[in-house]
Design a protein around this ligand. Sequence first.
Ligand code: PMP
Ligand code: GLU
Length: 401
Amino acid sequence: MTEFFFTGKAIAMKVRWAQKIDSLSESMTVAISDRARELQQKGVPVVNLGSGDPDFDTPTHIVEAAGEAIKRGLTHYVASRGVPELRRAIAAKFQRDNRIAYDPDTEIIATAGGKLALYIALAAMVEPGDEILIFDPAWVSYEPMIRMLDGVPVDVPLRPDDNFMLDPDALRSRITPRTKAMIVNSPNNPTGRVLTQEELALVAEAAQDHGIWVLSDEIYEHIIYDQRQHISLAALPGMRDLTVTINGMSKAYAMTGWRLGYLAAPAPLCGQILKVQQHVVTCAPSFVQAAGVAALNGPQDCVAAMVAEYDRRRRFITEALNTLPGVHCPAPEGAFYLFPRVTYRGMDSNALARFMIEEAHVAVTPGAAFGRAGAQNIRLTFATSMENLRQAAELLRAAMS
Ligand code: PMP
Ligand code: GLU
């Protein structure tokens, strides 16, 4: 349905909204959490493992920096790229953590969340009919963003039987003269995979051989386990000028509600993206940027402490899930999601998610929301307390046995 009727001054008139938005589904990660909150408000004790939002408070020194900025009067518009202190802090972070040199004056934009960073980067790139490669499964918002910009999302199926490894043939076979960009996400939401050197090399080779932009979503960069190393795609030889790196404060610093993200891109492209930023949001919130400076320049032990706790939870919940009937759950290598394959009473992922929230009172996201490859999976987050995880495991066991 793309129209509805209303009665104007004298005649009944028909108004329309956009067909392309009508055909989008809601963000399933967001919708499931909304549903869980709704049930909780009605007094149903739902354990919400739906959307990935750290349960930790934002570290105090970050909160205080924002408070001080407000008191100082940093409550107006600021530079559209972001305040210079924040852009310098972001450039220093790229140098320190990723060994990439970016010019803070021309190659970095701070924006209102990683989501918006992705969207404005895509908006600066995508022309109608351009094909954008996304790996299947992938985070729920890539495909709708591409569609909203009249691009064509093209799935590159990962290998579900091989822990969602990248299949070089699948990647090569999806590249056409219309391929404009690909979106890569490591550590990955939903699979928890961290791309290996070999997989990153395949991406880099495809990008350079065919002149394809890479949007590298590295928002889970710091949430990584078992001494694995995060390698930034732009750090690979020849990739700096073909890559837009997307990152943000939400996950590493438990700052989801602050809405602060950033991107780094080669100067000419960054200038194009900046125009989109100026027209859609002007700038990221001013005093929140002061909090961002405190997060990036301040002590990083708060991040390490949160990651250590995620790791403890990861071990517990992976083991617990693997004891449930029909559940096969590989241990995630990064991020804070589990993406088990579930074979239970012939249910697909949508039926499973419905069963789990309605019968077990555990909110999970159906794997199908992340693409065809997730049709038999569910996604659970362990960015919640150990107590919630213990309770979820018990509730699932009781409902499934
Ligand atoms: N990319 C991925 C893969 C995510 O899971 C999220 C989580 N919301 C984002 C980007 C965007 O995060 P935010 O807008 O909160 O920075
Ligand atoms: N990125 C998180 C998730 O996948 C938060 C919700 C969202 O933005 O999609 O659960």
